[in-house]
Write a protein that binds this ligand. Structure first.
Ligand code: SAH
Ligand code: SF4
Ligand code: F3S
Length: 446
């Protein structure tokens, strides 16, 4: 049944975001669409007329967190009539099933359908709406609308979706096939960000190195060089790169384009070639190490981070030891490690998993303990050095310190006479913990 349309004007909306940087950026874009339609962004759940939950399906745990949050919203909705929309990867994956199971949800929207969001809210339709169709091309939402959280560093999505079908991963089923954005639009967005005073941009995509301009066919290395020409932007980063498609051309562009940080997130997942094969990653341990060594020869100061999955189905003790040894061999500056989690529709979840929960847990702890030791050693080796840091504001833990990141994307907390938020500052490192560096800003005027 259709009720009379309502207007977004002065409606308050609240967005809760789970998941990766792309979801963060999508939420900024949704906030932009709703604000442009007249809505007012709110920081209070209680005061809002509309609640949007942007979701992540990458691991079972991400889904569980969502269901517990939705439980809160269900109780909340009994007290107050609020429009609740669930968007993002879980919405795409379960669509109408989610609407049936959680009747307090008013609509679900998949990642390719955000341009409909204000229309759906304004239609005030009493029937539940499920919009989870795929689109073939990238859905451009005018970038001027984006309502960004930071005014220093900006996410710029350049492609979405994935064609790789790693055997454990649900993302190809939530984000669909690869869709690339027009290079012209990307460059326009960066120019606009530079005019607003942004210092850093972070390109986003499930697999940035397979980027191809739909108009000209120009690749990711060209995009890096083009972005490098935009005046005002000083640092350029990108995530994520699948090692199998990280080419020498991209490495050369990283070196040539001065603003591209010598920092690379290159998810290895496992140090064992046989596990990598079962994961359908498309490279071996040796291929991976060859790329790392090539990059280190080209850019000796380069900093690496990675993702690791512990306890992939059938992972033997020997295969697990190879993951520990690759951590020792590469000495990553940072890692993100996860216990394997079976995901719907994937090949791996259909296999019998002989690595039991407790064993997965033990392996994950061993990985994290080893990495903590490596990071502490690496970070202590920075003591006495002066690093260029882009200050993002007060430190979350210690409010008398400022915080930022260096070119290698390490967190640096530091003392400073002046508030240098949004500025580049030289910091002398005085101590290093496993997860951050500490220091003092130098060359400051009184
Ligand atoms: N596109 C990126 C990864 C995106 S998902 C790439 O190819 O590297 C982010 C990370 O989540 C992955 O790198 C992987 O380490 C982890 N992950 C994905 N699926 C998982 C699963 N089923 N269980 C545990 N970790 C998983
Ligand atoms: Fe998932 Fe693999 Fe695609 Fe990354 S490359 S999003 S891990 S399927
Ligand atoms: Fe999660 Fe979707 Fe990102 S599954 S990791 S929010 S692409």
């Amino acid at each position: 049944m259709e009720k009379s349309a309502r207007t977004m004007k002065n409606l308050k909306f609240y967005i809760h975001t789970f998941g990766c940087q792309m979801n963060e950026n999508d939420s900024e874009r949704i906030a932009g669409i709703l604000s442009t339609a007249g809505g007012k962004i709110s920081n209070s759940l209680e005061e809002s007329d509309i609640i949007i939950v942007n979701t992540c399906a990458v691991r079972q745990k991400s889904e569980e967190k969502l269901y517990s949050y939705l439980g809160r919203l269900a109780t909340f909705k009994k007290k107050k009539k609020t429009t609740i929309g669930v968007v993002g990867c879980v919405a795409q994956l379960y669509g109408s099933e989610l609407l049936e199971k959680k009747p307090f949800i008013d609509f679900v929207l998949g990642p390719d359908n955000y341009n409909q969001i204000s229309e759906i809210i304004q239609s005030n339709n009493e029937e539940k709406l499920n919009s989870t169709s795929w689109s073939r091309g990238y859905n451009e939402i005018p970038h001027e609308m984006t309502f960004r959280k930071s005014n220093i560093s900006a996410y710029v999505t350049i492609m979405e979706g994935c064609n790789n079908f790693c055997s454990y991963c649900v993302v190809p089923f939530t984000r669909g096939r690869e869709k690339c954005r027009l290079m012209q639009k990307i460059i326009q967005e960066i120019q606009c960000l530079a005019n607003k005073g942004y210092k850093e941009i972070q390109f986003l995509g499930q697999n940035v190195n397979s980027y191809k301009d739909p108009d000209t066919g120009k690749d990711f290395s060209t995009l890096l060089k083009e972005a490098n020409r935009v005046e005002g932007i000083e640092w350029i980063r990108f995530v994520t790169s699948n090692p199998k498609s990280f080419t020498k051309n991209i490495a050369a562009a990283m070196k040539e384009a001065q603003k591209v940080c010598h920092q690379l997130h290159l998810p290895v997942q496992s140090g064992s070639s046989s596990v990598l094969k079962r994961m359908n990653r498309g490279y071996t341990r040796e291929d991976y190490l060859e790329k790392i060594n090539f990059l280190r020869d080209l850019m000796p100061n380069i900093s690496f981070s990675t993702d690791i999955i512990a306890g992939f189905p059938g992972e033997t003790e020997e295969e697990f030891q190879e993951t520990l040894s690759i951590l020792e061999e590469v000495r990553f500056n940072n890692i993100f490690s996860f216990r394997y989690s079976p995901r719907p529709l994937t090949i791996a979840c259909q296999e019998k998993d002989t690595v039991f929960f407790e064993e997965k847990k033990r392996r994950l702890i061993e990985i994290q303990d080893l990495q903590k030791k490596i990071q502490l050693e690496l970070n202590e080796s920075f003591i006495g050095r002066v690093l260029k840091v882009l200050c993002s504001g007060k430190s979350k833990k210690t409010s008398h310190l400022l915080s930022g990141r260096n070119e290698g994307h390490q967190v640096v907390n530091f003392k400073s006479k002046n508030d240098v938020t949004g500025c580049f500052v030289d910091v002398r490192i005085t101590s290093g913990g496993p997860y951050s560096l500490h220091g003092e800003a130098i060359n400051q005027l009184d």
